[in-house]
Design a protein. Structure first.
Length: 514
């Protein structure tokens, strides 16, 4: 196995990976990469300096000017200027400074000086442009070289990692071989000792006197003991598993699970539709269509708990928000609106769930009611408040989510929503807002900073206590007042009452109505 591993993995150095050819190559590539990076930085800096000189941000150095002055054209001009100056000196020896010939010679010298300076500037700029082009080419060349060296180094590092893994396998096989060799030595020693014992003289005196007798029955296992113990063990294990599962289950299942959470003020419990003794089919409009049902009574009790809190603090806008999807906030809003409208309030429902709007469908409002306009169209300026309000009957009104193209989440956080709420406060006694789940959408906490109060709807057997505690903590930082938690669809209990009390409530209501 060691031989096959060396051939397959191409291990060239058995003393360790860092003595291999790949390690040497990695060191060489690292050194080359450092040199190339240094040259790249130098080329970039030199190019930036040349570009700054060309753009006038930096003056050319004396070395740049000297390089231009060494050009053949400038040297010739300098020699010509010297000749002109020599002629001027000759004229000054024989004539006065005001002589036209002297003045003309001086003008010729000045013109030559100006021409020389212009030529030096031209050559300096030409040299800088050539140098900038050269540094730009060097930058690209070294950049390509650095990228190539980095790729080679990365590939080599990958090979080194693979070799290190194969080296570990080699060391393991090597240790195993040494262990087997040691075991073989011990076995050979034992065989030698046994053979020496057999050839001794006193070994012949050992003989079989009698064969051992087999017992007539087994002493273990005994069926009459094993079966009861097995049954008791299985029962104990099952009870322990059930107890452990119940202990580890952190889901909210009843009102007692909410009582241990700080700040979780229980507003009421809404039973599951399957526990409804009157066997109604839908829960969305239970208060309006099935006023004698247990569901309707549960919603009225919850509304009776919420209304004093709203009146005491002067709240007018209430946000209903769930933690996870399918918490039942839409059903809670429709029934709460019906219960509070029955108490003589003018109630408006707003569907602020732009992701999965269901409020209009739950209220039985046709899709084309109000031309399909809603909150999104109002916030986008495509409709007025009067155009989006739909009369839902029995002192309740509705504003749907709006047309699909208008449901832009960001509009919930602008001033148009605040202005709309301000105008709606003057038209309605109470405004109930249906929002998306807080865990999957951040819209809920945006709305929480724009309303007066909020109610957290918790779906039993779905949301964990830790999640509910985190949401309560987040609402503590919001502008609104968290009224409490409404437990939705607990199985078997509601507000601490047993399941049989549902039947008692329904029976009492039926007798009262008759």
């Amino acid at each position: 196995e060691i031989r096959n591993l060396i051939q397959t993995a191409n291990i060239t150095e058995l003393d360790g990976v860092w003595h291999s050819a790949q390690a040497t190559m990695s060191s060489q590539l690292t050194a080359k990469l450092a040199d190339a990076s240094a040259m790249l930085n130098y080329a970039k800096s030199a190019y930036d300096l040349a570009a700054s000189k060309l753009q006038g941000r930096v003056e050319p150095t004396q070395l740049d000017i000297i390089q231009a002055e060494n050009d053949t054209a400038v040297v010739n001009q300098i020699e010509q200027i010297q000749q002109f100056k020599a002629h001027e000196r000759y004229l000054l020896e024989t004539r006065t400074k005001d002589d036209p010939t002297v003045i003309q010679a001086q003008q010729r010298i000045q013109a030559a000086e100006d021409q020389k300076d212009a030529k030096i500037k031209e050559l300096t700029r030409r040299n800088l442009e050539a140098r900038a082009r050269q540094y730009a080419e060097d930058t690209e060349k070294y950049k390509y070289l650095v990228d190539e060296l980095e790729n080679l180094l990365e590939k080599n590092q990958t090979v080194l990692k693979d070799l290190a893994a194969e080296q570990s396998k080699y060391e393991a096989l090597k240790n195993r071989r040494e262990h087997l060799e040691q075991q073989r030595t011990e076995d050979l020693k034992l065989i030698t000792e046994i053979q020496l014992m057999r050839v001794r003289d006193d070994a012949r005196r050992v003989r079989l006197f009698n064969r051992a007798m087999e017992p007539r029955q087994k002493s273990f296992p005994k069926v009459q003991v094993i079966v009861p113990l097995g049954v008791l063990s299985m029962v104990g294990i099952m009870v322990g598993v059930v107890f452990l599962r119940e202990l580890m289950d952190q889901r909210v299942k009843s009102a007692s699970d909410l009582a241990v959470l700080p700040g979780a003020n229980l507003l009421g419990g809404i039973p599951d539709l399957m526990d409804e003794p009157t066997k109604i089919q839908t829960a969305e409009l239970a208060v309006r269509r099935h006023p004698l049902s247990v569901l309707a009574e549960s919603y009225r009790q919850a509304a009776a708990t919420i209304q004093p809190l709203i009146d005491r603090n002067g709240h007018q806008t209430v946000l209903f928000v769930g933690g996870l999807p399918a918490s039942g906030t839409t059903t809670v809003v429709t029934n709460m609106a019906a219960a509070m409208a029955a108490a003589g309030r003018k109630v408006l429902m707003i569907d602020a769930n732009f992701r999965r709007p269901r409020l209009a469908e739950a209220m039985g409002v046709p899709d084309n009611a109000g031309d399909g306009l809603g909150l999104g169209d109002l916030l986008g300026g495509a409709a007025t408040i009067d155009q989006v309000i739909i009369d839902a009957g029995q002192d309740t009104s509705l504003i749907g989510a709006g047309t699909p193209a208008s449901r832009v989440f960001d509009r919930l956080n602008n001033g148009a929503f605040d202005s709309a709420l301000a105008e709606l406060r003057g038209r309605f006694d109470l405004i109930l807002i249906d929002s998306p789940p807080a865990v999957v959408a951040g819209d809920a906490f945006v709305l929480a900073n724009k309303v007066d109060a909020a109610v957290l709807v918790v779906r039993a057997h779905q949301e964990h206590r830790g999640l509910v505690a985190r949401m309560i903590h987040r609402f503590a930082d919001a502008r609104c007042d968290l009224l409490g938690v409404l437990l939705n669809r607990p199985r078997g209990t509601a507000g601490g009452y047993l399941k049989k009390n549902y039947a008692t409530m329904a029976e009492y209501t039926a007798k009262l109505s008759s």
